[in-house]
Ligand binder design. Structure first.
Ligand code: TXA
Ligand code: MG
Length: 369
């Protein structure tokens, strides 16, 4: 077996190191990569105004260079440095929801952040609402850094990290393939700014504001209903599981994404109950809605617990019955189930309710792999 060097991790913790934020800002000012916490997920950041620094993000993630990244800014005024126009819809949405889990796509100033934009003539901007991210962006401004480009801090196609430890596992842990290792070797030491567990847990809601009618490109904590109420106009949404061929597709949005190593199978509670009657040879984990919610208790107490008694190998975690809590736990739970080494993860399909759109979207993509 060929040995590949595993990058080491360097954790900066503002809770115990008074100079952590300043050292993190200096790292970015020098053109280095830094994983940073946001309220949604951890990002892998580089200064957005330096194409060479941004190229290191693409190399470390193994991400195609035409998949655009989100640029993080400290406020609305700072966003203006990157845009050739800030459409009224974008103004209304950012005034209402920034700082927060909202990304707007707007026309780009063509001499700015070309690498971060993946060469497209638009740019995605977000002002995060996490105290450590906000302090970092303020410190960056003092170094004349205009914004921080940061995709989720995971390898391309994998589960987004919601804790500093996930980032370390992802990049400084034992990469499971030589390909991953060779892309990671460009990272050197992985710098991670500690910010604790991410409160929201799934990535920002993305709204394309460059068209006559705004388009929801990715659902998140902010629902279509909340967005629509502020946008003042109808917002289009083409669901990835039932795409509308007339709706535009965003560059870099793939049906297959957020994938654990194990296969993910989305199932209704009835499908789960009948699958439990058949003995599957595959080592299986189950991620099922909290059985205290509604009639599921009957199904699970009849089938799952009986199955577990016979086949002790099955691993089970409960998905919280509340959509915000489910989003908060989702990626950490999928990582935990995956780490048990199972072949298959059964996931109960979340309720058909707009509050669950973000979680349902991530699960559909994880199951599409
Ligand atoms: O919550 C989040 O948005 C996290 C945190 C770190 O801020 N970031 C994140 O970035 O999820 P990433 O790169 O994993 O996903 C960004 C997505 C891309 O897949 C792409 O589809 C879309 O944003 N995007 C970014 N810029 C775009 C643009 N100019 N046009 C269309 N889509 C764009
Ligand atoms: Mg991502």
């Amino acid at each position: 077996m060929v040995a590949h060097p595993t990058p080491a991790a360097h954790l900066l913790d503002p809770a115990t190191q008074p100079d952590a934020i300043e050292r993190a800002a200096q790292r970015l000012a020098d053109g280095g990569l830094l994983a940073l916490p946001t309220e949604t997920v951890y990002g892998l950041g580089a200064r957005a105004d330096d194409d060479a620094a941004v190229a290191r993000i693409f190399a470390a993630k193994g991400r195609p260079a035409d998949h655009p990244l989100i640029v993080h800014v400290p406020n609305q005024a700072a966003a203006l440095a990157f845009v050739s126009a800030f459409p009224p819809v974008a103004q209304r949405l950012t005034a209402a929801f920034w700082p927060g889990p909202l990304t707007v796509i707007v026309p780009r100033k063509l001499d700015m952040a070309t690498a971060a934009a993946g060469g497209h003539d638009t740019i995605g901007l977000r002002c995060p609402d996490h105290p450590v991210a906000r302090q970092l962006l303020e410190a960056c401004a003092k170094h004349n850094i205009l914004g921080v480009a940061a995709p989720s801090a995971n390898r391309f196609g994998r589960i987004s990290p919601t804790r500093a430890e996930h980032v370390i596992d992802e990049f400084a842990g034992q990469g499971d393939s030589p390909d991953a290792q060779s892309s990671l070797s460009s990272l050197g030491v992985v710098w991670v700014l500690q910010g604790g567990p991410c409160e929201v847990g799934i990535e920002s809601t993305i709204i394309d504001c460059t068209r006559a009618q705004p388009v929801l490109l990715r659902p998140g904590k902010l629902t279509l209903v909340e967005i629509q109420a502020v946008a003042g106009v109808d917002v289009l949404w083409s669901r990835p599981e039932a795409p509308d061929p007339s709706a535009p597709r965003a560059p870099g949005t793939l049906l297959s994404h957020y994938a654990p190593r194990a296969k993910v199978r989305l199932m209704s509670d009835a499908q789960i109950a009948s699958a439990l009657d058949v003995i599957e040879p595959e080592l299986t984990a189950a991620y099922l809605l909290d059985p205290s919610q509604g009639p599921r208790m009957a199904v699970y107490s009849r089938s799952l617990w009986a199955y577990r008694a016979k086949h002790k190998a099955i691993v089970h975690l409960s998905m919280p019955g509340d959509a915000a809590m489910a989003a908060h736990d989702l990626f950490a739970d999928l990582r935990e189930l995956d780490a048990t080494g199972v072949d298959l993860i059964w996931v109960e399909t979340p309720p058909d309710d707009p509050a669950w759109d973000g979680v349902r979207d991530r699960l559909n993509r994880a199951a599409a792999s």
